[in-house]
Design a binder for this molecule. Structure first.
Ligand code: GLN
Length: 429
């Protein structure tokens, strides 16, 4: 997100010396509220990744266990909030990059409806999917940050001209009678049992609070979401990243034979391996002869996925799923296997494909214990447990609703936080 006068690099060598001459709308809106911007956070290069390991700058560690990843691509934002370096942060979410790191770092992260928050000044990854949102310590803060950043912006043609509510007004704690569905397909094969146990317990809690739970909702096209995403997102990325040619701005290779050579060298040096992989995938999917078979087909399946959600939301106010099928993994564990890395977002990508709003909130730890109580209060656990233990690692719950129903999501998430303590856990860094 561009901040006037502050290097805005997208964690890429391509933009290592880029200093924007203007502010993103979200930055301007926060400035108007008197916000103090403390710094820029690390991320996967151009927001491509699920672990922040694709940053060209450095690796970010998970504050709950420094040998593990904080999730990504907004891993720096999530880690900054989880380690008390910041009260809140912003991130962008193209396929899960607010929610998945929020889940991995035990903070609250909201991806608003496509069009709800202006993307003017957000460096584009995949324009039909990208959306900015808050990462905060709790749901009330999410509502407060949304009050500051949401709303129409004539400088973003995809921003929706619709009045924004006061998002704090829905935080009543009362979810009696709300109809919540649990889509079976989101309890995917390979999901860790700790995640399943924690999310089932969290859903039961919502039932105790008076929500009506249906455990047997089905969204059969979900199984195509990952494939659809990895056609559409790289296709759009390949178009968006064509602007980095060493001529207009950003890094420029100086020693070159001619114009083509300069462009090639610029892109060869400026982009990291994952970005190059996406550009190749996208360029291939969009090329003549393959366009119909891949891109067009993916767009059609995208419509099916969206329609399925529309139908389900005729009967339900919200859907609840795990945010991610696993707890935070080890640094380096998935870097050699892009497909394993991509699977990290299997529960979050369908939401972007359909343009829906969704939040991730803390819903437990892998051993069911609250590891560190808020500072100043007695600890639930004796100190001195080895840091590398996987037991105390965070688990996130995702709550999804229909377009522009952020209030329903915040209401449910807030009610859950009134009745539980998970969001009060603090990483001991
Ligand atoms: N992990 C997904 C990807 O690499 C999503 C990233 C994002 O939401 N920015 O594309």
């Amino acid at each position: 997100m561009c901040i006037k006068g502050i290097p805005t690099t997208c964690s890429s060598k391509m933009l290592q010396n880029f200093i924007p001459p203007y502010n993103a709308t979200v930055v301007e809106k926060l400035n108007e509220c008197g916000a103090v911007i403390m710094g820029k956070a690390n991320m996967d290069e151009f927001a491509m990744g699920s672990s922040t390991e694709n940053s060209a700058l450095f690796v970010t560690h998970n504050p709950w266990d420094l040998s593990r990843v904080p999730g990504g691509s907004s891993g720096g934002s999530a880690a900054a909030v989880a380690s008390d370096e910041a009260i809140y942060a912003l991130g962008s979410d193209t396929g899960g990059s607010i929610r998945q790191p929020a889940g991995f770092c035990s903070v609250s992260g909201l991806k608003p409806t496509y069009g709800r928050v202006s993307r003017y000044g957000l460096v584009a990854f995949a324009s039909s999917l990208d959306q900015i949102g808050p990462l905060t310590k709790d749901v009330t803060d999410c509502a407060l940050v949304m009050n500051a950043i949401a709303g129409h912006d004539s400088r973003d043609s995809t921003s929706v001209n619709q009045a924004t509510p006061d998002y704090t007004r829905c935080l009543t704690g009362d979810i009696k009678g709300l109809r919540i569905g649990v889509p079976e397909e989101y309890f995917v094969e390979g999901m860790q049992s700790e995640v399943k146990t924690a999310i089932e317990a969290a859903i039961n809690k919502l039932g105790e609070l008076g929500a009506i739970i249906d455990w047997k909702v089905s969204l059969p096209s979900t199984r195509y979401a990952l494939a659809v995403y990895y056609i559409i997102a790289p296709s759009e990325a390949s178009a968006n990243l064509a602007r980095y040619d060493g001529v207009k701005y950003g890094f420029s290779a100086r020693e070159a034979e001619n114009m083509w050579d300069a462009m090639e060298k610029t892109r060869q040096y400026g982009f990291g391996p994952e970005v190059k992989r996406r550009i190749m995938l996208g360029t291939y999917a969009l090329s003549a002869g393959y366009y119909d078979a891949y891109y067009l087909k993916a767009q059609k399946v995208r419509t099916l996925i969206r329609r399925e959600f529309d139908q389900v939301f005729e009967k339900f106010d919200a859907l609840v799923t795990p945010t991610s099928p696993t707890i935070p993994f080890k640094i380096g564990e998935k870097t050699d296997d892009p497909v394993q890395m991509y699977l990290s977002d299997v529960c979050t990508l369908p939401i972007n494909i359909a343009g829906l709003p969704a939040i991730s909130i803390p819903a437990g730890f892998a051993d069911g214990l609250l590891r560190a109580e808020p500072k100043g209060l007695p600890r639930a656990e004796p100190k001195g447990l080895p840091r590398a233990e996987s037991k105390g690692l965070p688990i996130g719950m995702q709550i999804i609703s229909k377009p522009f129903a952020e209030e329903t999501i915040l209401k449910i998430a807030h009610a859950y936080q009134q009745a539980t303590e998970w969001h009060k856990g603090r990483a001991e860094v």
